[in-house]
Design a protein around this ligand. Structure first.
Ligand SMILES: CC(=O)SCCNC(=O)CCNC(=O)[C@H](O)C(C)(C)COP(=O)(O)OP(=O)(O)OC[C@H]1O[C@@H](n2cnc3c(N)ncnc32)[C@H](O)[C@@H]1OP(=O)(O)O
Length: 198
């Protein structure tokens, strides 16, 4: 298995692998190029299509954005992210259609070992310093709204149509059609007809 295959499968991998470094640097360069363009610059759309090849129509990312790989993220049509969207897509990140994300939303798939003996950097046989990482996927269903400053941890699935309140840290799966909030994020109530705009 290549380090890339191990990473996507959720196994422990070496982030100092040449292919992974190349993919990351490409995504970091494209993120910077995107962020360096003003929002009306026509170049932005072309850069975004290269950064996130698996994105649907009419996706709007306000920027600045920061992707670790970009190519492991899928974004469905009409989805939107406000300022400072961070997506560390070391495992697959799947964002559905019509998803709204407020400012400073972070989707964090990477994991480091809990024991420092395994987490700390070490010297490989070829003299390169590296560490051991693994990653857990994130799935956000269609029609969700993640308010400002929401952090989604790896391994989490948010069901379609749910709203995640500002500042939440989502550590466990959230079902469909609910308002959930807090740290750790918990279901507060179902979203019902009562929520219809008056
Ligand atoms: C896509 C974009 O660009 S978004 C633009 C930026 N806007 C935002 O980020 C929106 C900020 N607001 C929020 O996130 C709010 O949490 C909302 C709108 C999602 C929900 O807020 P409310 O209308 O207060 O929900 P609701 O009245 O149903 O709250 C029910 C309970 O949950 C609590 N609650 C609501 N939101 C939160 C939260 N973010 N964190 C913790 N608890 C919360 C309420 O205090 C209330 O508790 P109580 O019954 O003890 O009083």
């Amino acid at each position: 298995m290549t380090e890339r295959e191990k990473m996507i499968a959720g196994s422990v991998y070496d982030p100092s692998d040449d292919e992974l470094i190349r993919l990351r640097q490409n995504a970091h360069r494209l993120s910077k190029e995107y962020n360096d363009c003003f929002e009306t610059d026509e170049k932005r759309e072309k850069i975004l299509a290269e950064l996130i090849p698996n994105k649907g129509k009419n996706v709007y990312l306000q920027g600045p954005v920061q992707f670790d790989y970009g190519c492991f993220t899928e974004i469905g049509e009409n989805s939107y992210a406000n300022f400072n969207f961070t997506c560390l897509d070391c495992a697959p990140v799947k964002i559905g259609c019509n998803v709204f994300m407020g400012p400073n939303v972070s989707l964090l798939t990477p994991m480091h070992p809990f024991r420092f003996q395994e987490r700390n950097i070490y010297k490989r046989e070829d003299g390169v310093y590296t560490d051991r990482e693994y990653a857990k996927p994130i799935t956000i269903g269609d029609n969700c709204w993640l308010a400002g400053n929401v952090t989604v941890c790896g391994g989490v699935t948010i069901g379609s149509g749910s709203v995640i309140g500002a500042g939440s840290v989502v550590t466990r799966d959230i079902p469909s059609g609910v308002l959930a909030a807090g740290n750790p994020c918990r279901v507060i109530r179902e979203i019902t007809e009562e929520d219809r705009l008056k």
